[in-house]
Ligand binder design. Structure first.
Ligand SMILES: Cc1cc2nc3c(=O)[nH]c(=O)nc-3n(C[C@H](O)[C@H](O)[C@H](O)COP(=O)(O)OP(=O)(O)OC[C@H]3O[C@@H](n4cnc5c(N)ncnc54)[C@H](O)[C@@H]3O)c2cc1C
Length: 445
């Protein structure tokens, strides 16, 4: 499919943020194209948690999209944290949000399933993603347009360019917007302190040991770092050949997210992952205790690794979200192009989906969006991202584990605090992201 020579909006990047912006522009009947460098949509093993704010934002565009997402995932009413002997440390009861939202849970769903459903709704409106379209250059032109050059040799002029092209954003670089460490305001550079972790989608052999919940997310905190298990449903876009007849539809598919102190292999295999499970995964320390023996606890065995990868993260925040050319064209940053942080608390994709919807609102707010509307977008979304990054950094400190009295004191204080219902309900409201949408105590209008 070839690109138009001229269009109001080009969205660069068809991850969750770009897709949300596209769905919102389509609803407002603003002409746009959405392009991606990939040959098809698959974003690897990344997000697994969707929060109420993103579900409500998508519900506002297509109520049935939100319900299809819920049906494709597993609602986790609480986020359980346990120690290496699987004794409860603390639990965030997301169900505390029940009076105020239709989504009083964190939804366990793989990012590729979220993107697949968003693309389905976009296609229904006649707006397909244009794949294999890598932007290689952006120039200012006269007449209130940016001109984008593509690897394919094509050129497109647009009044608005939405940079939804991820944390290494090409468009952000062309726009000359710095990506800064939110604490020091210095350029965000890799550091030995960056959190290193592996993420893998694995099928565990049956029967599944009784200590691994199939309906909730569970984090084990060991001195070496976090070991998180999130049950996933097997859907059509599950990677590898899991949709073939050799895997039952309710197979033991889990997303593992494991903090590792040393550099892991780029594609962790079953042997590497099993070694970590045996050393500090579910069952590893409980199985030899009296309680473990009574409950029949064993260490789960990996039958197959469907997908795996390694990540290192450090927070970064764009110094501004909008830039304007001399002739009055605009670049707007959304999603990871504008901010990044660790995966603790499952916030990045949600923030990106809400950025995408807010960018579409700003673009479509009047026939010719003014500087003040776009500045308001930049200020509001950047300030939310800064708050989310601060929350995620606190959660990351817990996920790092470590030994000594500081980590012990930290989890002990959290254990005590979360017993207080008002603390739990404040944190649940914050994790849901609804804190940035409306005051607590209000249901959706
Ligand atoms: C291990 C891990 C776990 C995570 N867990 C969670 C979680 O549980 N919950 C959560 O909310 N978030 C989570 N996140 C964060 C989440 O994955 C990201 O925030 C999310 O993918 C951001 O979406 P995006 O659309 O902004 O960018 P991306 O998903 O990175 O998409 C960018 C797209 O732009 C395209 N692109 C790039 N350059 C170009 C170019 N020059 N031309 C054209 N196209 C281009 C890419 O091909 C890509 O498809 C996690 C992240 C990681 C790494």
């Amino acid at each position: 499919m070839s690109l138009p020579l001229n269009v109001d909006v080009v969205i660069v990047g068809a991850g969750p943020s770009g897709l949300a912006c596209a769905l919102a522009l389509a609803q407002r009947k603003v002409p746009f194209v959405i392009v991606d460098a990939l040959s098809e949509g698959h974003n690897g093993s990344r997000a697994v948690l969707m929060q109420a704010n993103a579900l409500e934002a998508l519900e506002a565009l297509h109520p049935s999209l939100a319900s299809e997402l819920v049906a494709a995932g597993t609602p986790s009413a609480g986020l359980h944290t346990v120690d290496i002997f699987e004794r409860p440390l603390f639990k965030v009861h997301m169900s505390a949000n029940a009076p105020y939202t239709r989504y009083p849970f964190s939804l366990l769903i793989a990012q590729h399933d979220v993107e697949r459903l968003m693309r389905t709704y976009l296609s229904r409106g006649g707006n397909d993603v244009q794949w294999k379209k890598r932007v290689t250059d952006v120039k200012e032109t006269d007449g209130g347009r940016y001109e984008l050059a593509f690897e394919s040799g094509e050129k497109v002029k647009a009044r608005y360019v939405v940079a939804a092209d991820g944390s290494k954003s090409t468009i952000r670089t062309f726009a000359n917007i710095r990506y800064l460490d939110p604490t020091t305001n210095a350029p965000a550079e890799p550091s030995p302190n960056d959190l290193s972790f592996v993420v893998a989608d694995v099928l565990f052999a049956s029967p599944l040991p009784p200590n691994i919940p199939r309906d909730a997310l569970r984090m084990m905190i060991a001195p070496e770092g976090v070991f998180l298990t999130a049950p996933l449903k097997i859907n059509h876009s599950t990677p590898s050949d899991t949709t073939s007849s050799n895997v039952s539809p309710d197979g033991n598919l889990f997303r593992l997210y494991i903090g590792v102190p040393t550099t892991p292999p780029s594609r962790p295999d079953a042997a590497y992952l099993q070694d970590i499970i045996n050393a500090r995964g579910p069952g590893s320390h409980l199985k030899d205790t009296r309680e473990g023996k009574e409950k029949g606890v064993t260490v789960p065995k990996i039958e197959r690794v469907l997908d795996s990868g390694r990540y290192r993260t450090r927070p970064a925040l764009a110094e501004r979200y909008v830039t304007r050319s001399k002739s009055g064209a605009y670049i707007l940053l959304v999603g990871d192009a504008a901010h990044k942080h660790g995966p603790a608390g499952g916030q990045g994709m949600n923030l990106g989906i809400c950025d995408g919807c807010a960018a579409a609102d700003a673009i479509s707010s009047s026939p010719l969006s003014s500087d003040s509307t776009l500045d308001a977008y930049s200020t509001a979304r950047r300030s939310i991202a800064a708050k989310v990054i601060a929350m995620v950094e606190n959660m990351t400190a817990v996920e790092r584990g470590g030994s000594g009295w500081v980590p012990w004191l930290r989890v002990s204080c959290l254990g005590l605090a979360f017993r207080l219902p008002f603390v739990n309900s404040l944190i649940a409201w914050q994790v849901s992201g609804l804190v940035y949408v409306r005051p607590k105590g209000q249901a959706k209008a």
